[in-house]
Design a protein around this ligand. Structure first.
Ligand code: OOG
Ligand code: MG
Length: 262
């Protein structure tokens, strides 16, 4: 850690205000170039604490920057981890108000729901497969608070990895008999396919991203709880959206989900 508690609290407030007041900010490493990974996650934790103090609940966790397409798009090379709050949830087929967002993008993901909690360190793909109850298709809406969606890893971690909304499909698919690596993924905007991929794009198998997330949480004395939504990371690059857009995701064998931006 290089930052004191007062600076962490100040930066958390600064970033969270950008979310709540819907305006962009310059990346925080411009002003705090010496900050380290622990500082970045401490700021993210403080944003989570602020939301919980206002009565919001954590409903899930996410891994991000887990596919080569996303790493290339954002110019980074390591996964990052964040949390999902109750008010990020959009009903399947529901609406998202663009007036509450800065410059939203959507990305196709496979979401996991566990039947047993996963406690790292030491989780691997097998632990994740054994603990998984079912998987569902998910569209994550991301909205970096940083100007022009430009950031480095420490800045994006502090900003809870650009998290803002997500929708999941309503059919629960068990893993038995599925090879997640070869599941085809088609994201459509206004009826046109805009991003196409397969599960293997995420670290060769999306369950690997969930294992890394559990190990990350484990280092911090937390676990991945049963029943929570776990986003394993964008399979393709993220696609910009605007008011009026309808976005739908179809994943082979998993069904579909959609949302509309108003
Ligand atoms: C960071 C969030 C990345 C994913 O699935 O890769 C993410 C960003 O690209 O703004 O959620
Ligand atoms: Mg994502």
């Amino acid at each position: 850690m290089t930052l004191d508690q007062a600076s962490i609290a100040k930066l958390a407030e600064h970033i969270e205000n950008a979310e709540l007041e819907v305006h962009d900010i310059t990346k925080i490493t411009d002003d705090y170039p010496e900050m380290d990974w622990d500082d970045a996650y401490a700021i993210q934790d403080e944003i989570r604490r602020r939301k919980q103090a206002r009565g919001a609940r954590v409903v899930g966790f996410k891994a991000g920057l887990t596919s080569f397409a996303k790493m290339k798009q954002m110019g980074v090379e390591t996964p990052v981890f964040g949390f999902l709050m109750d008010y990020f949830t959009v009903a399947d087929g529901g609406e998202v108000a663009t007036s509450a967002l800065i410059h939203p993008k959507v990305e196709p993901e496979i979401a996991f729901v566990l039947k047993h909690p996963l406690q790292g360190p030491g989780c691997h793909i097998g632990s994740v497969l054994a603990a998984t109850d079912f998987i569902v298709p998910a569209i994550e809406v991301i909205d970096s608070r940083y100007r022009d969606f430009k950031f480095d890893l420490k800045s994006v971690i502090a900003d809870n990895c650009s998290s803002t909304r997500f929708v999941i499909g309503a059919s629960m698919t068990p893993l038995a008999g599925l090879d997640l690596r070869t599941l085809g993924v088609v994201l459509e905007k206004n009826g046109q396919p805009v991003a196409i991929g397969a599960g293997a794009a995420v670290l060769n198998h999306p369950a690997t991203a969930v294992a890394e997330l559990a190990n990350h949480l484990g280092q911090r004395g937390e676990c991945l709880p049963a029943g929570a939504v776990i986003l394993s990371g964008g399979i393709t690059e993220a696609v910009s959206v605007a008011a009026g857009d309808h976005v739908s995701l179809r994943i082979q064998s998993l069904g579909s989900t959609s949302l509309r931006f108003n």
